[in-house]
Write a protein that binds this ligand. Structure first.
Ligand code: CUA
Length: 178
């Protein structure tokens, strides 16, 4: 008789435990799903899948022939505004690597960024600038340099053996305006 009671207890215990386990497995899966979706959403929301603002041009294989990316890549567009045309290649930023981009403090700069080969990550340290350089796509982003100093352009997307040395320089000269 006692074994029947025990079996009955076991069965009910097992039934209850299984209910709890199912509930908690369900909750864990939901939590992981919510965290994953939130992380993807926030990253995409903050940084964009590619670049937030991008224009597609037709020939991804010959981006260097685009007229704007010829020459020194720096154009003055107003009293304090400039356009800078950045071409990423393994493993340099043009302009920026070798010869620094030098601009006066207070410059409002629009960067047009593309790649001549593979994907690169265009990031200027100490600023909010961070977009992907993609062959066939020109991304653009604007920034006002209010503080003088040296800003480093780094590549934040792995692009081969010289990735960590893919560094450019922006030098902002002068003293801060009152
Ligand atoms: Cu270019 Cu990493």
């Amino acid at each position: 008789m006692s074994s029947t009671l025990s079996d009955d207890f076991e069965r009910r215990f097992h039934h209850t435990a299984q209910g709890h386990e199912r509930t908690w497995v369900f909750i864990s899966v939901v939590m992981i799903a919510v965290l994953f979706i939130a992380a993807v959403y926030l990253v995409v929301h903050d940084y964009g899948v590619v670049a937030k603002t991008a224009r597609i041009y037709s020939d991804p294989n010959t981006p260097a022939t685009l007229a704007d990316f010829q020459g020194d890549g720096i154009k003055q567009t107003g009293p304090d505004s400039y356009s800078v045309y950045e071409m990423g290649r393994i493993w340099s930023w043009t302009p920026g690597t070798g010869k620094a981009v030098t601009l006066p403090v207070g410059s409002h700069v629009t960067f047009y960024v593309t790649s001549g080969d593979v994907l690169h990550g265009f990031e200027i340290q100490g600023t909010s600038i961070n977009l992907t350089a993609i062959p066939g796509v020109i991304g653009h982003v604007s920034y006002t340099f209010d503080k003088p100093g040296t800003y480093y352009i780094i590549c934040n997307e792995y692009c081969g053996a010289g990735h960590q040395a893919m560094i450019g320089k922006i030098v902002i000269t002068g003293s801060k305006k009152a």
